[in-house]
Design a protein around this ligand. Structure first.
Ligand SMILES: N[C@@H](CCC(=O)N[C@@H](CS)C(=O)NCC(=O)O)C(=O)O
Length: 203
């Protein structure tokens, strides 16, 4: 298996952590967004929207979208389970993974895209939109902190794909100076420390 990825981008990191948790071996090809390698004709043939990551299987088939890739890996390497073992747990993990993606990851991504020098002159930026996203994000972080007062991980008492999505989002926030605050987010900070000590986080 071949993972096309950018070491600094958060969505490829989700997949790298997932693969590390599963101890699945794979090769990588770096496609650097900073130098527009994702816009090359060759890469566009594999992903018409020029987004990372993609996973190419040995027979040349391609999977796009981080979560589609993770679901494929879960099928071919079921242990350790990261998407849930029964109907209830699967629903909870899906729910929290979606919350992490829609309520945290997307606002953080939009703040970065609409304010960073990295994207300046490369995409249209709307700093006012980033301000709106920032307000939403901070209310969502406060809400998540309250949620994590009652459990150890995003979706319950064990580490799952929902934690991978949430930690990749929150860590990527640092690029936009978004940080968890000890006085407002003690539970999120404790959860982050629990996740951060896993060997897969270095992937
Ligand atoms: N929903 C997609 C998002 C993919 C995505 O936005 N990837 C970013 C890197 S984290 C990217 O390729 N950005 C390049 C661009 O926006 O031009 C997934 O989960 O794979």
């Amino acid at each position: 298996m071949l993972l096309y990825q950018d070491p600094r981008a958060p969505n490829p990191r989700r997949v790298r952590i997932f693969l590390a948790e599963k101890s699945v071996a794979y090769d990588t090809i770096e496609v650097l967004i900073a130098t527009d390698q994702h816009l090359s004709v060759d890469y566009r043939r594999k992903h018409p929207l020029s987004l990372l990551p993609i996973l190419e299987l040995a027979d040349g088939r391609i999977i796009r979208e981080s979560m589609a890739i993770c679901r494929y890996i879960e099928e071919v390497q079921p242990e350790p389970n990261l998407f849930g073992v029964d109907a209830w747990e699967r629903s909870q993990i899906e729910q929290w993974n979606r919350h992490a993606e829609l309520e945290v990851f997307i606002p953080i991504m939009q703040i970065f895209r609409n304010t960073s020098a990295y994207w300046q002159g490369r995409i249209k930026q709307a700093p006012e939109f980033a301000t709106i996203m920032s307000e939403i994000l901070h209310s969502r972080l406060d809400w998540l902190d309250r949620e994590l007062a009652t459990r150890t991980y995003m979706a319950g008492d064990r580490f799952t794909v929902a934690d991978i999505t949430a930690i990749c989002a929150i860590d990527f926030g640092k690029a936009s100076k978004i940080r968890l605050q000890p006085e407002k987010h003690p539970n999120l900070i404790a959860w982050h420390a629990r996740c951060a000590e896993r060997p897969s986080m270095k992937a």
